[in-house]
Design a binder for this molecule. Structure first.
Ligand code: T4K
Length: 411
């Protein structure tokens, strides 16, 4: 720690000092592969004048994904939200779908957009993924599917959920938006359940700007997904099914292919950042980095800290304000949980009870990583947290505005 002390001179920004970062440091700055390679692909796309609708780069991207994930079919889409939507349609889901209460809102929105009812179920405190017991308790005569999320790239409890799905005759589809390049029991995520949906949003380990893919080994399902992605067209003038526009443009595929070529570098970078965070944050009181499964492949695209209320002298939201004041735009993903987010809050007669999600959502702080974040940046962030926890009394006093006892976060 001493090595970085000189870098974060003077008082914290919340105590009147200058921000440690003049340029804000974001969670989710895009990783980029070779710009030269990208330019070549863009030029060739423009020269060929084939910009979307199952173009050559989308096809190449899909075949690279199949290879990488060891699945038979990958259907590239405009984003993961649309991927979830066309998948729910292709599987003819109806009624209720069980989802984790602790996830990005798109997991539920994709279902609700189609008139389905996402039922928020509680999570496991250790892994932040769906709790199989909560799922079991939520199965009803209206349930048609379970939609677990491999949150932060950690595998959901695939085996137990598969068993539950099978026993109740339910579909099992995974939201794998965070889990590109991750494995479960040595097998790549992408091959579990009926299908899995990846996101290639700008903030993801591999990005297409906007993009996603549905992975499945079921050829009939793959065919239905391809139809659904393109308005239900099979050839010119021949609409054979209900569809939407979920097509990935060629320029997005150009980004995806180029970034995929640098996947190992991105993950190594994330891993190095995570190791530095771990080394520097472990000794601080009440800051606990979520463990990652070291026996499996992980992309480490999220650095997830839990602020332990009994041990840390500052709350998560106080630390968030400290960091934002320093230009570190840490995030409270996925506060406050689906069960407390409109339109999923239930009715006056029926509120969802997800106490573990409540606890976890009040503790999680996601810190910046990715190739735009250097080891030096991580050291500075850790140093800010070290000073803040050491000077907790001063920080608390500075954050309480006159007439208030609670200090809401800045964003
Ligand atoms: N399921 C799960 C579990 C998900 O987490 C997500 C998406 C989905 C499904 C749906 O996937 P997509 O339909 O998006 O493919 C972000 C992303 O928009 C979202 O993709 C992601 N999960 C979620 C966890 O985070 P925001 O609102 O935090 O993102 P945004 O766009 O504000 O970006 C965050 C920060 O990154 C910005 O403050 C600045 C920086 N940034 C962002 C972009 C887009 C850049 O520096 N450059 C950029 O181009 O939701």
């Amino acid at each position: 720690m001493d090595a970085v002390a000189s870098d974060t001179k003077g008082p914290l920004a919340v105590l009147g000092g200058a921000p440690a970062f003049a340029e804000p440091l974001h969670v989710g700055r895009p990783n980029l592969g070779s710009i030269t390679r990208l330019n070549e692909r863009i030029r060739s796309t423009l020269e060929q004048r084939w910009l979307t609708n199952d173009g050559p780069l989308v096809r190449e991207f899909e075949s690279r994904l199949c290879e990488f994930l060891s699945v038979r079919h990958c259907i590239a889409v405009a984003n993961a939200t649309l991927g979830l939507e066309i998948l729910a349609r292709a599987l003819d889901l109806s009624g209720e779908v069980l989802v984790p209460a602790f996830t990005f809102v798109a997991t539920a929105h994709a279902l609700a957009w189609l008139g389905l009812t996402p039922v928020p179920c509680d999570i496991d405190e250790a892994t932040h993924c769906l709790d199989p017991a909560a799922v079991e308790a939520a199965v009803s005569s209206r349930t048609t599917a379970i939609l677990p999320v491999h949150l932060w790239g950690e595998a959901a409890p695939v085996d137990r959920l598969s068993e539950t799905a099978e026993r109740h005759g339910l579909r099992l589809v995974f939201d794998a938006a965070h889990a590109f390049g991750c494995s479960h029991r040595g097998r790549m995520i992408g091959g579990f359940g009926d299908a899995e949906v990846f996101s290639f949003h700008a903030t993801k380990v591999v990005n297409c700007g906007e993009g996603g893919a549905v992975a499945t080994s079921d050829p009939q399902l793959a065919e239905r997904l391809r139809l659904a992605r393109n308005f239900g067209f099979r050839g010119y003038d021949n609409v054979v099914a209900l569809g939407t526009n979920a097509k990935m443009p060629e320029l997005s595929a150009a980004l995806g292919l180029t970034n995929l070529e640098s996947f190992d570098r991105f993950v190594a970078w994330n891993r190095a950042n995570l190791d530095t965070y771990r080394r520097l944050l472990d000794p601080l009181p009440g800051l606990r980095l979520l463990p990652t499964d070291t026996l499996e492949r992980r992309n480490h695209q999220y650095v997830v800290v839990e602020v332990q209320p009994d041990e840390c002298p500052l709350t998560r939201d106080q630390l968030l304000r400290v960091l934002h004041a320093e230009g570190v735009l840490a995030r409270r993903y996925f506060f406050p949980g689906l069960h407390r987010t409109p339109p999923y809050v239930g009715s006056p007669n029926h509120q969802w009870s997800c106490p573990v999600t409540d606890r976890v959502a009040s503790r999680v702080l996601v810190l910046p990583t990715g190739t735009c974040v250097t080891e030096r940046d991580v050291e500075k962030i850790a140093r800010i947290l070290e000073i803040a926890t050491a000077e907790a009394g001063l920080v608390r006093a500075a954050l309480v505005e006159p007439g208030r006892t609670e200090t809401p976060p800045t964003s």
